[in-house]
Design a binder for this molecule. Structure first.
Ligand code: GTP
Ligand code: MG
Length: 370
């Protein structure tokens, strides 16, 4: 990070590359636009062009986006975030559809979930729950590896006519690694071939001991088809959430995690963000991973434009300069300069890291070939 490419420097100052190269030549430095110069030289150039110098370091980044510890009296209850996991076709999306009274499965290509759906549901008992439907576990893993712990509770869906399958085991391992409490939903109980006790005994082999086997993991028999047991499942979730005492401070700058993001032809880069603390508002300036932006619009899970999104609310965010990655953390900053600086600092750091990794492999290859 102590060096910058000449073209990049020109770009950041919004000056012509040729002018910067010329200026460097006048200082006695013969460099092309694709070469890097050290930070001190860059600083001289920046001053030469009449711009202000701001050098960003890890410490500066942390200073701007530091996790302010919320005072206990500022904390308010927030909805739990529940991730639905399980083997392919065991009924994750159907179950969520049944809970939401929606028909997402019907609209999916081949009935296979391709992206993460994030929805909020209000139960009859008046509780608000945030659900994430996962296409597989890759997204979950990538989010965790990026340090974004987004889920409070995992609902493990196991089809009663199929019992524990490879992806069921993966989901169990993910939940355990993330230390997230699990609730087992034994689905498709309406099927003649349903054998819920086989599910329970299968789970024992993976050290998941459900309540019916005198363990501590709540298990509920459900049918996404008939709606049987759905209320029990919601009750189990509410109970688990109560134990967790989930809280956040809605009255602070927002912190969130990217659930998914893509480049939309009409709308530009769009990120689905789960707000984890604070409130995200239209007009907020933010940095998210190596990208930054200003919230142009927020769209809720029903497709409606909203002015703000508080803790545990999933929203689509428009107004990004580029497409972030799942698991990237979003922080609202005070100024656009801060957001831009942090984003480009991170981008450069990532580039340096890749370059270093590349150099290491070539060196290794050289050694191996020698
Ligand atoms: P992926 O997203 O591909 O991993 O699948 P999924 O787990 O989301 O499963 P999905 O909800 O798409 O359901 C798979 C199939 O099982 C569909 O044909 C559903 O209609 C059927 N199904 C889901 N739940 C039930 C149920 O409770 N009873 C019966 N009989 N069929 C169900
Ligand atoms: Mg699905």
């Amino acid at each position: 990070p102590e060096a910058i490419m000449v073209s990049e420097l020109a770009n950041r100052m919004a000056e012509r590359v040729g002018d910067v190269v010329k200026s460097l030549m006048q200082m006695g430095m013969m460099v092309t636009q694709n070469e890097t110069i050290d930070a001190d030289t860059a600083e001289l150039i920046i001053e030469e062009f009449g711009h202000n110098v701001t050098r960003v370091s890890d410490a500066d980044v942390e200073d701007v986006i530091k996790e302010v510890e919320d005072k206990p009296e500022d904390l308010e209850q927030r909805p739990p975030v529940i991730t639905i996991m399980g083997h392919v076709d065991h009924g994750k999306t159907s179950l969520l559809d049944a809970i939401r009274n929606a028909k997402v499965v019907a609209g999916e290509a081949g009935g296979i979930t391709q992206h993460i759906g994030a929805y909020q549901v209000k139960t009859d008992a008046g509780a608000t729950l945030t659900f994430l439907d996962t296409p597989g576990h890759a997204a979950f893993t990538s989010m965790r590896s990026r340090g974004a712990q987004v889920t409070d509770i995992v609902v493990l869906v196991v089809a009663a006519d199929d019992a524990v399958m490879p992806q069921t085991v993966e989901a169990i391992n993910h939940a355990k690694a993330a230390k997230v409490p699990m609730i087992v939903a034994i689905n498709k109980i309406d099927k003649p071939a349903a054998n819920p006790d086989k599910v329970r005994t299968d789970l024992l082999q993976h050290e998941v001991i459900v309540e019916k086997m005198s363990g501590e993991v709540q298990d509920v028999e459900v049918s996404a088809m008939t709606g049987q047991g759905l209320d029990d499942l919601l009750e189990a979730i509410a109970l688990q959430a109560e134990i967790l005492e989930l809280k956040a401070n809605p009255n602070r700058a927002a912190v969130g995690a990217v659930i998914e993001a893509q480049l939309d032809v009409g709308r530009g880069p769009v990120a689905t963000v789960l707000v984890q603390n604070g409130t995200l508002r239209q007009g907020d300036i933010f940095v998210v991973g190596e990208q930054y932006g200003k919230v142009r619009a927020l769209i809720d899970d029903q497709g409606n434009r909203v002015k703000e999104a508080g803790p545990s609310v999933p929203v689509e965010v428009l107004g990004l300069n580029g497409t972030p990655e799942a698991g990237d953390v979003l922080n609202v900053t005070e100024t656009e300069a801060q957001a831009r600086e942090i984003a480009s600092y991170r981008e450069q750091a990532a580039k340096d890291k890749r370059a270093a990794a590349g150099a290491a492999t070539t060196l290794e290859q050289l050694m191996a070939n020698a």
